[in-house]
Write a protein that binds this ligand. Structure first.
Ligand code: 5GP
Ligand code: ZN
Length: 123
């Protein structure tokens, strides 16, 4: 997609603060962070929304989801299973989908949002 901003970021035509890249995915800091840590995990392949995914995208989605906690840990907002009493640590992993889902960029992306609270507009 020539006019897609995330395709352009994946192709290095637009710069980003990249934190991870492999043959399938790129992850970079959100330009307008909602919290101390806010990055996006984006497939290099153009897929418009989560609702456009089918069985053929299962491996890609799995890879995106499993990368989220790994990169969250590296970015300082990780969560260790069983540490719910620690009082901090953890993140949101979110696919905004469609107009009522608040999606602005129609290239599939997984938001990972975390870090010490308060966050922008939230406690
Ligand atoms: P959506 O609302 O589509 O789920 O989220 C799109 C996200 O992409 C927003 O949080 C927005 O700040 C981020 N974003 C939009 N354009 C750019 C850009 O050029 N660079 C980066 N790093 N993030 C962007
Ligand atoms: Zn795209």
């Amino acid at each position: 997609m020539t006019d897609c901003i995330f395709c352009k970021i994946a192709a290095k035509q637009i710069p980003s603060r990249t934190i991870f890249e492999d043959e399938d995915l790129i992850a970079f800091h959100d330009i307008n962070p909602a919290a101390p840590v806010h990055f996006l995990i984006v497939p290099k392949q153009h897929v418009a929304t989560l609702a456009d995914c089918d069985e053929s995208h299962a491996d890609l989605l799995s890879k995106m989801m499993l990368l989220a906690p790994q990169l969250a840990k590296e970015q300082g907002c990780g969560y260790v299973a069983g540490e719910q009493d620690a009082g901090s640590g953890g993140f949101k992993a979110q696919f905004n989908t469609g107009p009522d889902g608040g999606q602005e960029v129609y290239h599939l992306h997984l938001h990972v949002i975390g870090g010490p609270r308060p966050w922008r507009g939230q406690r």
